[in-house]
Write a protein that binds this ligand. Structure first.
Ligand SMILES: Cc1cc2nc3c(=O)[nH]c(=O)nc-3n(C[C@H](O)[C@H](O)[C@H](O)COP(=O)(O)OP(=O)(O)OC[C@H]3O[C@@H](n4cnc5c(N)ncnc54)[C@H](O)[C@@H]3O)c2cc1C
Length: 460
């Protein structure tokens, strides 16, 4: 019998998180995942010769203090974290410069930056909520007098959100993420020093979540795509797969909006929540994108455990993000070798435009050869590609904080959502983990364990 207390669609961070938290509280749950392996956008691929390569940089903002780490602890798991990020380096006029040298702030500007950071450190949640509909450009106009500090703020916003322009970055999300970094940092001159990666790649974190879930008796079914979710108000929700229909009073769609729209009928939903339906359709392509290279080399191209960036790449007009993953974790490459991610943030439209992409990747590779003159001689393998949908729904004005699509719609009791497109702050994976915890808490408040039904009167 395919009757459960909750059926969860998707085994990414959010799906595994919600499922584990519910299963741990005694609910009988099942996770249906279309891929052959769990992890969603957070996966690690093993290549012959001892390489473990992540789908992307997969830096966990705040490391052991992150929402991901909190979720793991709630699931009864701890993992080992890599060495921490030690700084930013910027590409400027043909050379790499440490952040302080690149910004070259005057003593007055240093005081101004400290004032801005003090303001951010002390900002309350209500002030942040009020900034969710404000762009980072507007925030800079009001709070930042120096062009060089403005440049720094734009770069941090770009790194946090993978969005190319300050105009489309939410000031609320920028301040919320920056505030946590400042409050938890032990350094004065670099607040992002808690950024770390799971040792062994992001699969270590996914593996721990999946293990917690199955150890508690959860049913994880990879290779089981859900074709349709049928909403049955007052009855059992249905998740229909190719071979079976799974029924439960609770259905959680733990997949990004662009996948959710494929399994949930918007015609049907418009009868219950017409405005939500219009918003969701409009959000299908509101996400971040990137193109670039993952490479393996027989010697390190650089040795600083820093984030390498440029607000705009020369001649390409796109922002740069480079991370030498193996500089933080000795277990993911053969000794003395390097795994590095080299990405240019772009818009989804640019990423899917084949001509633009081919020209940009060719120009980018030529530029990288100039940036790292030993690269071609040391290159062992190279993957190029693009990704649309990096961090879920864009962290743009009017889409963060209380504006984010909710995990629960009071008009449709029993149907829930989790992941980096729904309520939950933070950089990608932390947003997914936060959303999972909010979603599970909401379900546990509303689920009547005796009657196995949802209490309709309580809302989010
Ligand atoms: C290249 C790249 C680099 C990134 N770098 C970082 C980083 O450095 N730091 C950071 O914090 N974040 C990063 N992210 C973002 C991070 O990967 C995501 O925020 C996070 O993995 C989202 O988790 P999720 O559970 O919300 O969604 P997902 O991981 O997308 O999980 C959704 C799951 O649902 C499944 N699914 C969808 N439809 C169905 C269906 N019909 N039936 C069954 N299953 C279905 C999918 O297969 C998937 O497994 C990066 C992402 C990418 C792509």
């Amino acid at each position: 019998m395919n009757h459960y207390d909750a059926v969860i669609i998707g085994a990414g961070i959010a799906g595994l998180g919600v499922a584990g938290l519910l299963q741990g509280r005694g609910l009988k749950t099942v996770v249906l995942e279309k891929s052959k392996t769990p992890g969603g956008r957070s996966k690690t691929y093993e290549l012959p010769g001892g390489w473990k390569v992540d789908t992307g940089t997969h830096c966990v903002d705040l490391g052991k203090y992150s929402a991901c780490a909190t979720l793991l602890r709630k699931l009864g798991k701890e993992i080992a974290w890599s060495r921490n990020l030690e700084g930013f380096m910027f590409y400027d006029g043909g050379t790499w410069k440490p952040m302080t040298e690149y910004l070259a702030l005057s003593p007055k500007e240093i005081r101004k930056l400290a004032e801005m950071e003090n303001w951010i450190r002390q900002t309350g949640d209500e002030e942040i909520d009020a900034l969710d509909n404000v762009s980072l450009t507007k925030f800079i106009e009001e709070k930042v007098s120096s062009p060089r500090i403005a440049e720094f703020v734009k770069t941090v916003g770009m790194v946090q959100t993978t969005l190319t322009e300050a105009d489309i970055i939410s000031a609320g999300e920028f301040v919320a993420i920056y505030r946590d970094s400042l409050r938890l940092s032990s350094r004065n001159n670099f607040p992002f020093d808690n950024v770390r990666m799971p040792v062994g790649g992001i699969a270590t974190m996914i593996g721990a979540m999946a293990e917690a879930y199955t150890e508690w008796g959860g049913a994880l079914l990879p290779g089981t795509p859900v074709r349709r979710v049928n909403v049955k108000l007052g009855g059992l929700m249905e998740a229909v797969t190719d071979n079976e229909t799974f029924r439960a009073p609770v259905a959680v769609i733990a997949a990004p909006i662009w996948h959710m729209l494929k399994v949930l009928s918007m015609e049907e939903m418009s009868g219950f929540v017409p405005e939500w339906t219009v918003r969701m359709r409009g959000f299908e392509r509101e996400t971040s994108a990137s193109m670039g290279f993952t490479i393996g080399t027989k010697a390190p191209l650089f040795t600083s455990p820093c984030y390498l960036s440029a607000r705009r790449l020369p001649d390409m007009d796109l922002p740069l993000q480079i991370l030498g993953h193996s500089l933080f974790d000795d277990t993911i490459a053969p000794p003395g070798h390097m795994v590095a991610f080299m990405g240019a943030c772009c818009t989804p439209a640019q990423a899917i435009d084949k001509d633009f992409r081919e020209k940009t990747l060719a120009a980018f590779w030529e530029l990288l050869k100039k940036m790292f003159p030993s690269m071609e001689a040391d290159l062992l393998w190279k993957h190029d590609g693009f990704y649309v949908g990096i961090d879920g729904l864009s962290r743009s004005p009017g889409m963060t904080g209380r504006y984010r699509p909710p995990v629960y719609l009071p008009e449709v009791p029993g149907l829930y959502f989790a992941g980096d497109c729904y309520t939950g702050r933070g950089v990608g994976m932390n947003a997914a983990a936060n959303s999972a915890m909010i979603c599970a808490d909401t379900i546990l408040k509303q689920f009547n364990t005796t009657t196995k039904t949802i209490r309709k009167e309580e809302s989010q």
